[in-house]
Design a protein around this ligand. Sequence first.
Ligand code: ARG
Length: 575
Amino acid sequence: MTDPQIVLTERVQQALGAAFGAEYTDADPLIRPSQFADYQANVAMSLSKRLRRAPREVAQEIADHLADFPGTVEVSGPGFLNITLSDEWITTQAGEALADPRAGVAVADSPQIVVIDYSAPNAAKEMHVGHLRTTIVGDALARVHEHLGNRVIRQNHLGDWGTPFGMLIEHLLDIGEEAAVAQLEAGEGNAYYQAARVKFDSDPEFNRRARTRVVTLQAEEPETMRLWHIFMNATVRYFNKVYTQLGVTLTDDDIAGESMYNPVLAQVCDELQERGIAVVSDGALCVFPPGFTGREGQPLPFMIRKSDGGYGYATTDMATIRYRVQDLKADRLLYVIGATQAQHMSMLFASAKMAGWLPDHVHAEHVQIGSVLGSDGKMFKTRSGASVKLLDLLDEAEVRAAEVIRDSDYPEEERRAIAHAVGMGAVKYADLSVSHDSEYVFDFDRMLALTGNTGPYLQYAQARIRSIFRKGGVDPAEATGPIVITHPAERALALRLLGFGAVVAEMAETSAPHKLASYLFETASAFTTFFENCPVLKNDVDPAVRASRLALCALTLRVLDTGLELLGVPVPERM
Ligand code: ARG
């Protein structure tokens, strides 16, 4: 591990042990970036109370016990340890990272099975921009876990079952298979749903047919299933267009929709009832997980069977946990789902724990996705107030991206490829660069800006490095250094590059793509400062310095490329 903060944490912990006894080796040395040095350790202040000694004295004692230390340490102020790493340590570590095709990202010692539930649009309604965000965040998490050597099982929990499908199938019969398929493939799911709904509400005969159809669907009667498949296949073809456009890794093999669990729902309920985990309350079968109460303090039910005998979202989700833990053997479960479902998710996890379906060694987590808002601060819609058709939105992103790169004289085909990469990169990065649980305002101008923490800024940074290599006639793979430090901007860039492995691990650990995004942004900014101050290809640059700077460019390129790949943000060759 090359990350300076981690290396320093270990060394200071050893010093703590040597100075004050073994019980101090797991104290957090509180290593933080510093204004006056590379880092500072703040641990002396907090330890001074425990040790009943002056903080400066404690700090000095730690400094005296630092062995095999890769830099210099100074006690300063009330008891800070200011740490400056040696140039030699930095360049050696950077050289190692450069020789490592993974750029310092370690492979997991014991790979885990990580089941990731994401995307999950509803077939009975249009896929909306909220699903876009769970798709993009979930896909980044899937990519990063795979890169770390974990086994990822993607689960696209489509809303593909339930009472609305009675009327959706009857509507399909009314308008004819061909027309229905054409409409669904085009992403007109909402209009389709609404047309069916109008008839359901106003036409008693249609209403009766739809209800009968729900019964034959529940029974999985062959002709009904044939029609259901026609409906679903057309709908999934539309979802796949969106996934392809975005470069999302989900395939048809990852579909594990609500319908998949239909055959086991009765058994889920029976088992929970027999074991006394679920009880009948007002005719409905409910789990009452501890700690959930309503406004008047009454226990809140997690309803797994309605009083009319029907199953719901809660029933299916109990089945998802049982399946993912018992059959898929998950070590970790990620549910990448809207923050508005927080209560459902915590009741689900608590109920599954009661049932013994979520043992302690399995880590389950709701990765909460914040809402995407329009400029009016309400849920994102078009100007006319209708919901936005996703493919249209993505098309618009590409058209606007083409304007950003308007001045170039690239061949038409390449221009289109760049506009695609920049447009999709901008939309995806906007979802990834803010903390996944916060709301944000969807704004094309901001996400397509070439400055600031945006996708295009990072794409531009990597394209610029590529162009340095093109101009110099050098293959990045051949830029092997050695790295030397002749300017503070080189040092700052190298130091930053050493943190890549740790931030990738942290993103996976905390399910937080924005941490990797911020790191890449800071790295690109450090590169910009380096490039403004340190000429690489100019004639008067000493050959050894040029070789070192090319090596820094190559390592930066690898870090940016790998990082953007892990986020699922495409990288154009030129921009
Ligand atoms: N289809 C649901 C929705 O659109 C999301 C499903 C998420 N996954 C789950 N296991 N509940 O809100």
